[in-house]
Design a protein around this ligand. Structure first.
Ligand code: UD1
Length: 345
């Protein structure tokens, strides 16, 4: 049996793809999730993809006793933790800041207290390029200035990183924070992807829903940015490539012989910046579908351009992306069609 890795929020978008990669690499993921933004059916789908059903427990991490029980029941077996569980909608976080701070910070602190108590040292944390705000230099490296967060959601990522950094040193933990750029696409099986509760929040689901006819048109937020075609630039990365980064990070965090800082951060992006219009054009080219669009006002809180320098992750973790932009968009479209077939699209 492989090493047991506790995966918080493991039924979510990036969590579920990471569970697939963990099983592929011989680990035994133990998923905990409060099902607030995920569907237990994902377990059946993971079983289909992996040929075995991952361990799962419904746990509310804000309740420390529930979390302690998980560690207690699996005492001496949990080799490391990957922490995805968090509330993650930027707009909602502006409306409900207290919920965001309470949820994201309490669950992280409870987890760290359990790790300390049960002497589980390796942790990989789900962070975001949102901590860089509008970067002064591109591509952005891990040494770039951390800017004041635009949203309470972004601020929880920044504060969690500070908590993790302090706790790693004080309690001899080995923590790696992965700052994701823009994860998109879905598993090649089209069995797991980004489940939408209500309207989408990110660009690519808006594109696929427009192509499928669920929406009349895509609204592009601003065509007057200082970029080659006036639309914003982002670093899109296939969710399965984001998932594999967690395996490399976990292996580094678990390696006691590897000289490293107690707390490390890595950019997880493709290293390429694409404009919104380039994304739409590539999608049309890859799928042959039509995506009518209209320019709208700039969206509050958007940054003009951000894309990653991934040298540190490539060299230190030995990780690299495998999927092209075409792979990302094709898989996003396959996923949209799979959802439509099931009547969820
Ligand atoms: C968003 C979050 C960010 C989070 C990241 C990953 C905001 C402001 N930022 O990043 O904090 O870390 O997701 O979860 O929500 N766009 C359109 N039309 C649309 C939707 C998007 O033109 O209907 C544009 C946006 O203006 C942006 C680009 O597409 O330029 C990407 O947007 P999105 O997918 O929402 O991601 P981010 O805003 O980069």
């Amino acid at each position: 049996m492989g090493k047991k890795i506790l995966v918080t929020g493991g039924l979510g978008y990036i969590g579920s793809h990471t569970v697939v990669e963990l099983i592929k690499q011989g680990y035994e993921p133990l998923i905990i999730d409060n099902l607030s933004n995920s569907d237990p059916k994902v377990l059946d789908r993971l079983e289909k993809i992996c040929g075995k059903r991952p361990l799962f427990q419904q746990v509310e991490m804000r309740d420390k006793e529930q979390l302690q029980e998980v560690f207690w029941n699996n005492n001496n077996e949990i080799a490391g933790v990957i922490h995805f569980a968090a509330a993650l909608l930027v707009g909602e976080s502006v409306e409900q800041p207290l919920h965001y701070y309470y949820n994201n910070l309490t669950s992280t602190i409870n987890l760290l207290e359990c790790m300390k108590e049960f002497e589980v040292r390796p942790l990989v944390f789900s962070s975001s390029c949102t901590v860089y705000g509008n970067p002064d230099e591109l591509p952005v490296t891990e040494n770039a200035t951390i800017k004041p967060a635009v949203s309470p959601y972004g601020n929880t990522k920044k504060i969690c990183e500070d908590i993790l950094s302090d706790a790693s040193k004080a309690h001899d933990l080995s923590i790696i924070s992965l700052r994701y750029f823009n994860p998109i696409g879905a598993h090649e099986s089209a069995l797991i992807g980004e489940f939408q509760k209500g309207a989408p929040h990110h660009l690519v689901p808006f594109i696929t829903e427009t192509a499928s006819g669920k929406r009349d048109k895509l609204m592009i937020f601003g065509n007057d940015w200082n970029t080659k075609d006036g639309t914003c630039i982002r670093d899109y990365i296939h969710v399965s490539d984001v998932a594999t980064a967690h395996i490399y990070a976990m292996e580094r965090a678990m390696d006691k012989n590897q000289p490293k800082e107690a707390f490390e951060v890595f950019n997880i992006g493709s290293g390429n910046g694409y404009t919104v219009l380039e994304m739409v054009e590539s999608f049309v080219k890859v799928t042959g579908m039509k995506v009518p669009y209209e320019f709208a006002k700039r969206r509050a809180g958007d940054v003009e351009a951000v894309f990653a320098d991934t040298t540190k992750a490539n060299k230190t973790l030995g990780w690299k992306t495998r999927k092209s932009l075409d792979d990302m968009l094709k898989s996003a479209w396959d996923w949209e069609q799979a959802l439509a077939k099931e009547g969820q699209g």
